[in-house]
Design a protein around this ligand. Structure first.
Ligand code: AR6
Length: 172
């Protein structure tokens, strides 16, 4: 799939129209990639997140996505999505696919041509790395997203080695 690329690196450096944040439902920052994105973007990102309407403190239910500006990041937008907590969700694959699909749809609605993802749910939320790669690849490969330039910023060699054969089976 030549519109989908895997890179090892820090997503906060991505020069794309939108970067995706693996957030939580409250959407006011956290650890992992969420913390890195907020630190790199500066306080403007948190101020934008606060403006997103909340219901009972929840700004983004699991599987959904929300868009904000990107503060000091090179990207124009941050798309915040929430993946499933692997051990708690009844249908983790469905929820993970929704998190990817809703992020990609929001990118299209906002005229983005390029989008960068981290490996959603693959840190604190405990999704098995090989199973997560299958869901990420299948969802990003849908016909409706062919016009988008999609990159994954994977944090470290280990996850890259697990994801690479799923995304580029011909190169194995
Ligand atoms: N660039 C790219 N990937 C990164 C970076 C980075 N700078 N930093 C970490 N990763 P996680 P989750 C990788 O835990 O599992 C937060 O507290 C990391 O190695 O960030 O969806 C939120 O607020 C892993 O492969 O996200 C939520 O509460 C991947 O990003 C919760 O964690 C995702 O790991 C979300 O958990």
């Amino acid at each position: 799939m030549n519109n989908i690329k895997l890179t090892i690196g820090d997503i906060t450096t991505a020069e794309v129209d939108a970067i995706v944040n693996a957030a939580n439902e409250v959407m006011l920052g956290g650890g992992g990639v969420d913390g890195a994105i907020h630190r790199a973007a500066g306080p403007e990102l948190l101020a934008e997140c606060r403006k997103v309407p909340a219901m009972n403190g929840i700004r983004c239910p699991t599987g959904q996505a929300r868009i904000t500006g990107a503060g000091e990041l090179p990207a124009s937008y941050v798309i915040h999505t929430v993946g499933p907590v692997y051990d708690e969700a009844e249908n983790p694959a469905e929820l993970l696919a929704l998190a990817y699909r809703n992020s990609l749809l929001l990118a299209l609605e906002n005229q983005c041509q390029s989008i960068a993802f981290p490996a959603i749910s693959c840190g604190v939320f405990g999704y098995p790395l090989d199973a997560a790669a299958e869901v990420a690849f299948a969802t990003c490969s849908e016909q409706q997203f062919k016009s988008l330039d999609i990159s994954f910023y994977l944090f470290g060699n280990r996850i890259f080695e697990i994801w690479q054969p799923v995304f580029n089976p011909a190169k194995v």
